[in-house]
Design a binder for this molecule. Sequence first.
Ligand SMILES: Cc1cc2nc3c(=O)[nH]c(=O)nc-3n(C[C@H](O)[C@H](O)[C@H](O)COP(=O)(O)OP(=O)(O)OC[C@H]3O[C@@H](n4cnc5c(N)ncnc54)[C@H](O)[C@@H]3O)c2cc1C
Length: 267
Amino acid sequence: MRIVVLVKYVPDINADRRFEDCRVVRSPGEGTLNELDENALEAALRIVDSLDDDARAAAEVVALTLAPEQGDLALRKAYQMGVDRGVRVTDDALAGSDYAGTAAALAAAVRRLEADGPVDLVVTGMAALDGLGSVVPALVATELGRPALTFAKKVALADGVLEVVRETDEATETLTAPLPAVLSVADTANTPRMPNFKLIMAARTKTIEAWSLADVGLDAGLVGDAGARTATTHAAPRPAKPEVELVQDKGEGGKALAEFLLRHDLV
Ligand SMILES: Cc1cc2nc3c(=O)[nH]c(=O)nc-3n(C[C@H](O)[C@H](O)[C@H](O)COP(=O)(O)OP(=O)(O)OC[C@H]3O[C@@H](n4cnc5c(N)ncnc54)[C@H](O)[C@@H]3O)c2cc1C
């Protein structure tokens, strides 16, 4: 069983976000592993944990990111959780990639990994907290020609068939697909494990493979600004929220509340 987990290096959501030329400024040292990808890592590691001894010994979990060099931080965190291999795709030509370009490059890297043996499953988080597109998993599946089971709240694998439970506004769905497949897991799917001291120490010196677009055999014209099918035409930080106004009820609270609603055109 070989599983590739897509992990994204994202700006820390607690830090101030700035835009330049419609792009998020990604200052070195301010990024982190996309928190929702911890659920993806946990799902992959649990699948391996559930295998019998021989299958578990032969299994490999690869963490893959498309990011500048700082993206190694995301891969080190993946190593801390227990993955076997970390791969980063970095290339100047990737700057300005949209969803399609991102998915094309990630899929090309998965295909490159397949040079060493089949990849049974690609696991992702349900969204990257900087972009919040939630479309990369389906696009990667399309690129690879594999079924996509997305937003899974429960994941089970038996006899080469993946079964997930996902919830939409209208229904609870149970879906199955044969491997190889692409899976995105919801934040409610599991509780990510805490790395132990041994893995934290080992993660510091683990090898991270860095690949270029040429290494993954992808034409630079399909990614980055050159290949983007969408253009961000405007990006601005949200205006600060107005200060909270506390209405003290000294017998006239209802009146004060009504005045507040009228003053702000809320009724
Ligand atoms: C003009 C422009 C410039 C950009 N420049 C950069 C840049 O310099 N660096 C950058 O990282 N992004 C950049 N992006 C964003 C990049 O294209 C997004 O990563 C991509 O569009 C994915 O969308 P999302 O973040 O909404 O992913 P979602 O679809 O919300 O992600 C879902 C899941 O897919 C996986 N995933 C998504 N993206 C990646 C990734 N890059 N690596 C590994 N796994 C991933 C994760 O598991 C994630 O949880 C840029 C976008 C634009 C439009």
